[in-house]
Design a protein around this ligand. Sequence first.
Ligand SMILES: Nc1ncnc2c1ncn2[C@@H]1O[C@H](COP(=O)(O)OP(=O)(O)OP(=O)(O)O)[C@@H](O)[C@H]1O
Ligand SMILES: [Mg+2]
Length: 324
Amino acid sequence: MQIAIDVGYSHTKAVSLDCRAVTPSIIAPFRELPLADLSRNGTGHIVAVRRVNGATTRHFIGELALREGQGATFTLDREKYLHPNHDLLVLTVARLLGAAPGATLVVGLPVAYYRAQKDAVRRHLEALHADVSVDGLPFGRVSFGKVVVYPQGAGALLTVSNLPESGLVCLVDVGHKTTDYVTVDIKGSRGTPVSSLCGSVEFGVHRVLEAVAAEFEARTGAPLDMSVAATLAAVSKTTFRGRELDLTETVAAARKDTARAIADRVLGALGPKGDFVAKFYLAGGGVLALPELKEMFPAVEVLPDPQLANAEGFLKLISGIEKT
Ligand SMILES: Nc1ncnc2c1ncn2[C@@H]1O[C@H](COP(=O)(O)OP(=O)(O)OP(=O)(O)O)[C@@H](O)[C@H]1O
Ligand SMILES: [Mg+2]
């Protein structure tokens, strides 16, 4: 069995040939919930993980963790795979996909960390195994026989079916914390990555939430949790201590500024060679959060299902490799 997992700073995306799973990358410690709470908690997961030594831990994952507030964590560390949440997310989504023990797994890494971290990530995931139960279902063993690590963004490019026959194309994967860009030179039906035109900029949708949180704090004197900022950025209005708070203008300006900054950084990094890119493909959930980006790149196409494009591409890659 083959599965592909894209552990993002905001969402973990996973696909197999016949299944897909997306969950916010947020985890909170488990606590017993009153029955009334449970019936309202239709989304998110309760996960139990039993390690080889028999120790079992329980967690709220995704929307359920978000609602729990305090314990929820966004992980913004650079070495994401060393954070305990990373393994819990991988184990959870692998179990949600029904991955058989010893499955082949493909994961992504930001282009900027690819060279330095890929072997460590592969070894780490090949050593990972545990019995996992999601939402009270029976425990099942999750382990990976073979792990392939692939640069983020390059995965998404593999889902494009109508690539030009020749010339440079650039895939821009706009994420929560990082935006990756991968440029490929196409000749005949083969594409070769141009390493001087591939990289990551540490800029993503997170900046919009920071601007919203800063404005909220300026107006109310109270700090704003990032998970609440995400909700506020989506709806723009809320009531705080009985007062209506309208952040419509702040959200609109932050979105425009963030989109502009992402486009400027990517186009700036490509330099004069960027003018020779025949087509820009946009992927990542950031394109949905910042539709303004479409206007900021020349000759642009947004991939269908942009948030899942990397994971879908990873799966294509591994089914290609294992067939040959
Ligand atoms: N349908 C949508 N509408 C609006 N915003 C969205 C949508 N889907 C995703 N987003 C937002 O887009 C951002 C990027 O999502 P994505 O899942 O690509 O990020 P990520 O892969 O977790 O981040 P990174 O690549 O930095 O690790 C997130 O802030 C997410 O909340
Ligand atoms: Mg991503």
